[in-house]
Design a protein around this ligand. Structure first.
Ligand code: C5P
Length: 317
């Protein structure tokens, strides 16, 4: 008789697709003793994706490649400096398994762009390795590991539209009615997140401004339920935007170009330098896209919609 009891199915390869995020609002509070800033943000996952493949292997290795012809992977580390590598190690240590995996990251999310691409890859690596190794962690365990890896990693698992608090790692889902359409200007180069936070602090000291407790503007929550692009556009907000523009004045010009082309809202994404433009329909999207391209200030212009779900297993074999 044939023996069917081969133990649990162990896949050869698991693919996870994970979205980029933008911050519909980002309210930055005071610097904490641990070097982070207390913040309240509204995260919004958009349809710009990285793909991570985890393959059965001996030992840990990582390769990074572009997902599309115009995706850029310059400067992305392929060793322990990559957050996805650290995610695989952390999960292996937590679940007491060997970190045997060959990771391939296919990038389309702008690198160092303020769209949490590195965090997205870490979230995807957690999910992919959990499936590959059959470690079967609960959602809350994955969330805790994600929070240890970085402030934006838990949201990449979660997706949708959600409030992030603490340093960004505490996630509360938000009721956001309709889909929003975005045009995304990818700047040719990155900005260092710590440098942007530091510049924000310096600006505040220079202006001797009192730093209020971070909060979400109630207008944004109401308008998100309405799904009205014009109203949502007017409520977008980012405390890091002046600092990002101080470091890279061209992104201020990009915001102007998008507004002049009729965008309902224009905003630096997170710590930048990616800028995002909320548009009201395909005609508006085409106009904004054309003007951004014509500005000669960006490496690529993309369209995306949100909210979309967080990291998801898209293939197992
Ligand atoms: O958590 P993550 O490693 O992504 O953060 C990168 C850097 O961004 C931190 O080292 C810190 O300088 C800055 N940061 C901050 N306050 C936050 C989140 C990030 O100052 N809430």
């Amino acid at each position: 008789m044939e023996d069917w009891d081969d133990g649990p199915f162990r896949p050869e390869a698991v693919t996870v697709r994970v979205p980029a995020k933008i911050n519909l609002s980002l309210s930055v509070g005071p610097l904490r003793p641990d070097g982070y800033h207390e913040l309240v943000t509204v995260f919004h996952a958009v349809s710009l994706y990285d793909e991570i493949v985890a393959r059965a292997a001996r030992g840990l290795s990582l390769t990074v490649e572009p997902l599309r012809r115009d995706s850029d992977v310059a400067g992305v580390p392929d060793d322990e400096h990559n957050l996805a590598w650290r995610a695989a190690l952390l999960l292996a240590e937590y679940a007491r398994v060997e970190p045997d995996v060959r990771l391939t990251i296919r990038k389309d999310i702008p690198v160092a762009g303020g769209m949490a691409g590195g965090s997205a890859d870490a979230a995807a690596a957690l999910l992919a390795c959990d499936r590959l190794w059959g470690t079967g962690l609960r959602r809350d365990e994955l969330h805790d590991l994600a929070a240890r890896l970085g402030s934006d990693v838990p949201f990449a698992l979660h997706g949708g539209t959600a409030i992030g608090s603490g340093r960004g790692e505490h996630i509360t889902p938000v009721l956001a009615a309709a889909g929003l359409e975005w045009v995304i200007a990818v700047y040719d180069g990155g900005l260092s997140t710590p440098k942007v936070f530091e510049t924000c602090d310096t600006r505040r000291r220079r202006d001797s401004r009192e730093i209020p407790e971070p909060s979400v503007h109630p207008d944004l929550m109401t308008t998100l339920r309405s799904g009205d692009a014009l109203r949502v556009g007017a409520a977008l907000y980012n405390d890091l935007q002046p600092a990002a523009i101080e470091l890279l004045p061209e992104i201020g010009d990009l915001l102007e170009a998008g507004r002049a082309a009729g965008a309902a809202g224009a905003l630096v994404s997170g710590s930048g330098p990616t800028t995002v433009f909320l548009v009201d329909g395909p005609v508006s999207a085409a106009e904004v896209e054309e003007q951004l391209r014509a500005s000669g200030l960006c490496r690529a212009v993309r369209r995306a919609r949100g909210p979309v779900p967080g990291a998801l297993v898209s293939n197992v074999r």
